[in-house]
Design a protein around this ligand. Sequence first.
Ligand code: DQQ
Length: 664
Amino acid sequence: MDGRHLESSSSLPFSYAPLPSGAAAGVPAERHRSNTRLLFLAAVVFCLLVLAAFLSGDGRDAPPPDPSAASSHVAFRPVSRGPSDGVSEKTSGAFPTLLSATAGDSAAAPPPYPWTNAMLEWQRTGFHFQPPKNWMNDPNGPMWHKGWYHLFYQYNPDSVVWGNITWGHAVSRDLVHWEHLPLAMVPDRWYDLSGVWTGSATILPTGQIIMLYTGSTNESAQVQNLAVPVDPSDPLLKTWAKSDSNPVLFPPPGIGARDFRDPTTAWYDPSDDTWKIAIGSKDGSHVGIVIVYRTRDFVSYELVPGLLHRVPGTGMWECVDFFPVAAAEGPEAAEGMDTSAAAAAAGPGVRHVLKASMDDDRHDYYAIGTYDAETNTWRPEDERMDVGIGLRYDWGKFYASKTFYDPARRRRVLWGWIGETDSERADVLKGWASLQAIPRTVLFDTKTRSNLLQWPVEEVERLRMSSKNFSGIVIDSGSVLSLNITRATQLDIEAVFEIEGEALAMTVEADVGYNCSTSGGAAERGMLGPFGLLVLANERLSEQTAVYFYIARGTDGNLRTHICHDELRSSRANDIIKRVVGSTVPVLDGERLSVRILVDHSIVESFAQGGRTCITSRVYPTEAIYSATKAFLFNNGTGALVIARSLTIWEMDSTFDHPYSTQV
Ligand code: DQQ
């Protein structure tokens, strides 16, 4: 790639050490000019803000609002933290946010819901990873080392909102029970003073561990840094040393100083005996791009010419992930591939997955394609399903994910950050924000050959306690059946459904243009759906989260199956985001409809058809909590008799995560 052809949309002055030689040297004159313009614009905006603040007060000390003066009121927008620091939005957007409840806004905002301690305490999960308190976001540097799984994560040790980002650290023997360790890295150098941002681990054949991460500098520019464990023989890897050579990478010419972050795990390229890493960015025309560097020592890097991939209109790509999957039929397809193994095994049996977390809409998109190391290009198998315009890992709340290869069990494991969809005010009251998704194994789907299969790691099944089994339950059109579960707050559910054959055959055309997000959810009746389960529901169903199938039939006879979550009635509270989310799921001839659902207090994760389509929701019931939490089967289709062929519901144990102790 000739980086000079890329136009930066947010270039900033470099006030840190000069760029190293070669590709990254020098700031073009045009950049200096645009910097001057930017500074001038910033000064104008600042003056306007000062004037606005003078006119309206800061909202905390302001006198009570005078409704008659509404037209002269200068309303403040919610204060958003991420974008001003050069990273994506970190608030849920649920109104009112902590700092937006100004006198003027209060007229438009509904009063905040009167959350009680009992409601908020109930929201903490039983078997999902979360730190004891405060804010968490992206998973970082996951790996397996000397018998322990390591999870580092973006963490604010001081507050429940994003900022002061450090690396939290926890270890586990089984990816399910976690022990919290001291912070791994804190923002204490000029090159990461504004935050120790996201990074990835690479384990070299010698066993040496390399951690590359993004530092947000004292000037909030983004650079890449190197860290290594101080004592690699320590299975817990408690202490990390930042390299004296940091920063090891600056944005190349033409790339905005705030558009250069989140290095991937490195992969080995035997053709030139180098390690390659990928970093996401965007160009000046809002094209999402992936830049590749080669290195031999992880200290000096060379920009590889060209771009690994670009997709117009997709904007900044955060947290790029790039890994091989086994694509040939046979036993290998059931195993994950080491990131570097693809070169050795290259050929028709290998595909590469490219994933990007889209700053614009905050979803994780992936596509399956072919990597050509020689030309430094990756091409999607189906261009209509390219990264950012096709498949998502998850159609609900799921972002900034990262995979790693687990050599102990020869699998690829996916972690994802699950943010909150409540208000910052509620987060402050409860004292924490965000979860990590249950780790998922990732495989290529050799049956459809068009998607991945994501499935909770098998260790999750060790948490299963007592179970209830049902089979052959007939769910008449318009009915809701109670499942009589005593403690329905922590569940693992596996359900298989079938639509009575005649109903299916007689339906000529139904709901061809159905779309979960634009539909009325579980309450909108069609011929062949919605039907499925209601979880986190109370007896009188005033609160319920629906996980449902909806089948559409085209005039050509083809069936299109949708899997959706309806959050609209998940809570009586009004200061949270409630949506209907989901997508289509491939169902092959002869297959029944199946879904696995993990329910854990304030999170519901669904995996349809063995994990071809996944959905995660955060929900905050106010009545369907503690012993009032129930589960139901329902069928709201007008023309279909649905049979739950098999249904197993396990109550799930808690993991009781705790600080690391040598006693355990
Ligand atoms: N989170 C980190 C960034 C990354 C973003 C900052 C994605 O490195 O781009 O906390 O959520």
